[in-house]
Ligand binder design. Structure first.
Ligand SMILES: *Cc1c(COP(=O)(O)O)cnc(C)c1O
Length: 435
């Protein structure tokens, strides 16, 4: 499989190059040359396969010959090393719980696959791979955990001081080893600016391979298809489900749509958004107006200009009418998010996190006039990661799982630095010198 840049359809790279580069040199997103079509047997036999076989069969064509089969199987095994249960909430809505991984969020899947691929490629490189991440919360934790102890890699995480939750901060700062946290005296935008400047700094890049790990990387994006197939393995109804995806940068939704293109029998998608509704407006009006982000209770979806928008357009060849046949979108307010968490807890004793609540609300609204339909939401984070929102909605915090109790006992190690490039660079060089 080759990948081309969506900015230049004549620039091709293989999976290894696309993974190591993250983004094409022209700033475009990498996109697969063709989307594999799964044969009927693969779909019919889904229920008889193991989750590892499914993961391997989905990813093998994308990886091509850049990773040998045996190693790829090992990578899949480590990527899917937890449960993906499809749990009923109401009569017609289920939740695909994607939060049973080490950092309790769906980003664990993409981050683990990416880190192990990079680890494999690092083994064959003369330079060290240095991953730079700016995080407002969840991404950094998943990336830190995924890369911890992966040989040949160092991870430097920049996070805004005082602006991530206590759990998130521990996930970024308690691991040690090859994971280094820089606590920036500024906001998330400052962190992002420093990362962008680092990528333009030729001197810094002299002896290291500097790379990013955000969701535009194909090795983080594409493996997200696997759990859509794992959901269909558990789907017991004759009708094809409607799948509601709480969306921010739209990597998750976009992966699901690719899986449907390959033949996975998903009926329709609901792109569930919060007040950051540029995509919802696009679906409903055909015009796209990206904005700056508005803060909401479902903050991992606070994105004004979703980075995977170009990929969604590519899937449907820019045809708005075709896109609408596959994807609907509804935007949900914070007030309705809180009401939904409360109502679902009271009626079904199921605790939604604010992101899943947005999806539940949107899907429920979509089903209002078609009560015979059924579907599932993607449970993208464990409710315990958003204890304040849950408490506001239902009056108490969710039960804390054992992994978090252990994590909170660990101590924080982070270097506090001002939001200046010179300070950041000095700290980075010092970290790398000592490794
Ligand atoms: C990152 C994130 C999202 C948004 O996912 P995208 O792939 O960026 O659309 C939704 N929910 C949670 C909990 C997240 O961490």
């Amino acid at each position: 499989m080759r990948y081309y840049s969506l900015n230049n359809h004549h620039h091709f790279v293989d999976f290894k190059e696309a993974t190591l580069q993250g983004q094409a040199p022209d700033g475009g997103l990498y996109y697969p040359e063709n989307i594999p079509v799964w044969n009927d047997d693969f779909i019919k036999n889904l229920k008889r396969k193991s989750k590892l076989e499914i993961g391997f069969d989905i990813m093998a064509p994308y990886v091509g010959n850049t990773i040998p089969e045996k190693e790829l199987y090992g990578i899949i095994e480590e990527t899917l090393d937890f449960d993906f249960p499809l749990k009923p909430i109401s009569e017609n809505i289920y939740s695909l719980e994607l939060f049973h991984g080490p950092t309790l969020a769906f980003k664990d899947v993409g981050a683990r696959f990416l880190s192990r691929c990079m680890g494999f490629f690092a083994g064959k490189l003369a330079q060290k791979i240095v991953v730079l991440v700016a995080t407002s919360g969840d991404t950094g934790g998943a990336v830190a955990d995924a890369f911890h102890n992966i040989p040949g890699t160092e991870v430097i995480i920049l996070y805004p001081s005082g602006k991530v939750s206590p759990v998130q901060e521990k996930q970024l700062t308690a691991l040690g080893g090859n994971i280094h946290a820089l606590e920036i005296e500024g906001d998330f935008d400052d962190c992002q600016k420093l990362v962008k400047m680092a990528f333009l700094d030729e001197e810094l890049k002299e002896n290291i391979l500097l790379t990013s790990s955000n969701s535009i990387n194909v090795a983080r994006w594409l493996p997200q298809q696997i759990y859509y197939a794992l959901a269909m393995m558990q789907w017991e109804h004759d009708h094809e489900p409607v799948v509601a995806v709480p969306s921010g940068n739209f990597g998750n939704l976009c992966a699901g749509v690719v899986a449907k293109q390959s033949g996975l029998p998903i009926g329709h998608f609901m792109a569930a958004c919060n007040a950051n509704n540029a995509f919802t407006s696009y679906i409903n009006t055909g015009t796209y107006h990206p904005t700056s982000a508005i803060p909401t209770l479902s903050n991992a979806m606070d994105v004004g200009n979703p980075s995977n928008f170009a990929r969604i357009l590519a899937i449907f060849q820019q045809d708005h009418r075709m896109l609408r046949e596959t994807i609907s979108s509804i935007a949900v307010s914070d007030t309705d998010t809180l009401k939904t968490i409360k109502a679902v807890f009271e009626e079904f004793q199921y605790v939604l996190d604010p992101h899943a609540a947005v999806a539940y609300r949107a899907l429920n609204e979509y089903f209002t006039n078609q009560p015979e339909r059924k579907g599932f939401i993607l449970g993208t984070a464990h409710p315990v990661k958003f204890p304040d929102v849950v408490k506001t909605a239902i009056g108490h915090e969710p039960v804390v799982p054992k992994v978090l109790v252990e994590l909170m006992k660990k101590s924080k190690t982070a270097q506090l630095i001002p939001p200046k490039y010179t300070s950041f660079k000095a700290a980075t060089l010092e970290i790398l010198k000592n490794r």
